[in-house]
Design a protein around this ligand. Structure first.
Ligand code: HEM
Length: 520
């Protein structure tokens, strides 16, 4: 695949209560600030005031320039953005050009606003507002009035996002904010971080954005509810060899399970409260187990079950191709078996999609009648518990993006690690339209040219009109064509299948670095 999306992730958590604007104070290291006149500003503006006892600096607004008038202007249909309302990515250089009273842009928390029309509506006066034009004025704005709900006031003035240097370092320092008005005050205690974070604040919530370097890989992320008003986001950064833990303390209860979103574009957490960050060294060998309860145990086909599981206060997000361990006590012995979570499109009738919410894990389990674990796993009833580990393995799907085609050879439930890779690849190639996939769904998308699916049955009924038999070199050649340096091959299945398939592929001149084996 030739696409390289930013290596970022998405979460969206919603706070349950309507709250006054909170304040989060995050100080960046000087070198992460955008260049501009802001660099030389004093630590805090001389005009900050109110609850701290400093004199107020509000100016009398001319008639026709009240907040109500501003809201009317915003609703009048007049284009306040000056760019036709089409969102743009604004470079700091471009931003700096709009630094005049009749052409004034300002950037706050990564969003650029055209404040030309707001000038005479600003309760702090025009000269004060002019201090922030043409620059990233986040700190200046916060020093004066972090509580001001600027997103709402300037909602019709949005020009776009301010472009950031993706590799810029960012520091969070301990900072206790002085109480301002009656609003809640929050503190941030953090250390230098290999991950960038930005945030956006509205009256009721704060949205946190995470961004990591393109070459960084997030092995897993977890969102864990700590109590009714606190949660933790844990990100495994494998290149940096670090686990970043962000603890959020909310000022009210958080809805759980939260409504979160996973896109390849960004990470969003909407909430309200405080954040503290810590880091640990990453230990990929370490297994930590969490208790999941069975929501669904349904038969997909003979001996193959789909389990849908949910943890009480935890969301674990598994990157494609990563697996987990199931741990069970069998007559006093701890038995482990590895499984790769599958995307929740797997349900053939699509009837489970209402159950398999975003905080659930789906596993496909084949029952081996003589097996130790699988007869117990496939008999688990709704409400029973199961211990599942963190994400294991070292597979990194983006590494294979360089190949323009992928072949997947799967025997039986060897299909499972392939499914999330297929989903990822197709989502990257075709913008998501609906929840497509598996068997019927896979066949459905096959018609879209980017995926072709062939079933070969070793024990076929007479009515089967498709391919039959066991894998042979000729069959592989017929199915995947000649060796090509633009393609890679994933294989997964029982050990006999793996060995023979690899031998055939080697005979067919496929290079070992083009072949990726999942353990069957
Ligand atoms: C970044 C440059 C800015 C500076 C230096 C600045 C400065 C000030 C000052 C000195 C005041 C009077 C403070 C006081 O209440 O005593 C004020 C009030 C205010 N400013 Fe700004 N401002 C800036 C940007 C903005 C922006 C972009 C908005 C957009 C919504 C805004 C909205 C307000 C509002 C609503 C008040 C009244 C606050 C209140 O009633 O307490 N300001 N500003």
């Amino acid at each position: 695949m030739d696409m390289k999306p930013p290596s970022t992730i998405g979460l969206l958590v919603k706070n349950s209560a309507l709250l006054p604007a909170g304040i989060v104070q995050i100080n960046k290291s000087p070198n992460s600030l955008q260049p501009g006149k802001n660099d030389n500003l004093p630590k805090s503006s001389s005009s900050s005031g109110s609850a701290t006892g400093n004199p107020r600096n509000k100016t009398a607004l001319a008639p026709g320039h009240s907040l109500m008038d501003w809201i009317r202007l915003g609703n009048s249909g007049i284009d306040l953005t000056g760019v036709g309302g089409r969102l743009q990515t604004v470079t700091p250089t471009e931003l700096a050009k709009h630094n005049k009273i009749d052409d004034a842009w300002i950037a706050i928390r990564g969003t650029v606003y055209n404040i030309t029309r707001y000038m005479n509506f600003h309760p702090g006066g025009v000269p004060e507002l002019m201090k922030g034009v043409g620059i990233d004025a986040t700190k200046l704005f916060d020093d004066v009035h972090a509580w001001v709900n600027y997103q709402s006031i300037l909602q019709k003035c949005v020009v776009g996002r301010l472009e950031r240097t993706i590799t810029a370092d960012m520091y969070f320092t301990s900072d206790i904010v002085q109480p301002q008005k009656n609003h809640k005050v929050t503190a941030v205690v953090s250390k230098s971080s290999p991950i960038q974070m930005d945030w956006r604040q509205t009256t009721n919530n704060i949205t946190f954005f995470y961004r990591v370097n393109r070459d960084e890989f997030i092995g897993e992320y977890q969102l864990q509810k700590l109590n009714s008003s606190a949660f933790c986001i844990k990100l495994n950064l494998e290149k940096a060899d670090k686990v970043v833990l962000n603890d959020f303390k909310l000022s009210d209860e958080v809805e759980w399970p939260p409504n979160w979103k996973n896109t390849n574009e960004m990470t969003e957490v909407e909430t309200y409260g405080t954040l503290s960050e810590s880091q640990e060294n990453l230990d990929l060998q370490k297994h930590t187990y969490n208790n999941y309860s069975i929501l669904v145990n349904s038969t997909l086909c003979e001996d193959v079950h789909l389990l849908i599981l949910q943890a009480e206060n935890l969301i674990q997000v598994f990157p494609p191709g990563r697996h987990l361990a199931i741990k069970m006590d069998i007559m006093g012995t701890e038995v482990l078996r590895m499984y790769t979570p599958v995307p929740n499109f797997i349900d053939p009738q699509n009837k489970l999609s209402t159950v398999a919410k975003d905080d659930c894990l789906c596993l496909i389990i084949k029952n081996y009648k003589e097996g130790t674990l699988t007869p117990k796993l496939t008999k688990l009833e709704v409400g029973e518990n199961l211990e599942l580990s963190n994400a294991l393995g070292n597979f990194q799907a983006p590494i294979f993006d360089k190949y323009s085609s992928m072949h997947m050879l799967a025997a039986g439930t060897g299909l499972t690690p392939m499914l999330s890779i297929i989903k990822r690849s197709l989502t990257l190639r075709n913008p998501p339209k609906s929840s497509i996939f598996c068997n019927e769904q896979l066949q459905g998308i096959a018609s879209q040219r980017s995926l072709s699916v062939t079933h070969i049955l070793s024990q076929a009924e007479s009515s089967w009109s498709g391919l039959k038999g066991v894998i042979t070199e000729q069959l592989l050649k017929d199915q995947i064509g000649d060796q090509s340096s633009k393609a890679c091959i994933f294989i997964c299945g029982p050990s006999g299948f793996m060995k023979i398939t690899k031998d055939y592929l080697t005979n067919l001149k496929w290079q070992s670095d083009q072949i990726f084996e999942f353990e069957g």
